[in-house]
Unconditional design. Structure first.
Length: 164
């Protein structure tokens, strides 16, 4: 089947980002036109260990995919300090609050080791999802799958915490 103009990356940048998406469970096997749309909304960056990528309560402007390295999702617990609630591994997302009103980060995200991130522009992604129901129908199940995985991991961690 020949590629249409909308499913052909326009630049080397887009083609590189499509390849990066394909290398993650989150982006693999998405329709080519979806990958191209996401690539066009993305930027790539690296951050050293210890870098805060998102701060709890602050505006979440990007949906990030960890390409390499690991990040922790932390929350401040009164009288206990910062607690890591989950570690995000390569291929998984963080910053999903960029898609959910009021678009505020629900945790602080800190690089545990040097990380390579593909970050999608939150406002641009929200606009694209609102305007294109086919895009939303493909992407939201992936986000929900990531959240379901996260909820299960957090539940197991909480069970372990309470068992002590």
């Amino acid at each position: 089947m020949p590629q249409t103009e909308s499913s052909t990356p326009r630049t080397e940048h887009d083609a590189e980002f499509v390849a990066l998406l394909n290398a993650t469970w989150f982006g693999a096997n998405l329709p080519p036109e979806t990958q191209v749309r996401l690539a066009a909304l993305s930027r790539r960056y690296q951050a050293p260990a210890g870098t805060t990528l998102l701060t709890e309560g602050q505006l979440a402007n990007e949906l990030g995919i960890v390409l390499s390295g690991r990040v922790s999702l932390r929350t401040l617990v009164p009288e206990q300090g910062w607690i890591t609630i989950l570690t995000v591994e390569p291929g998984d997302i963080f910053g999903q609050s960029a898609l959910v009103p009021p678009y505020r980060s629900t945790s602080t995200v800190v690089a545990l080791q040097p990380v390579d991130v593909l970050a999608m522009d939150g406002p641009g992604l929200r606009a694209a999802l609102s305007a294109d129901h086919d895009l939303a129908a493909v992407l939201y199940p992936r986000v929900l799958q990531a959240l379901a995985r996260r909820l299960n991991a957090t539940r197991l961690q909480m069970l372990d915490l309470f068992a002590r």
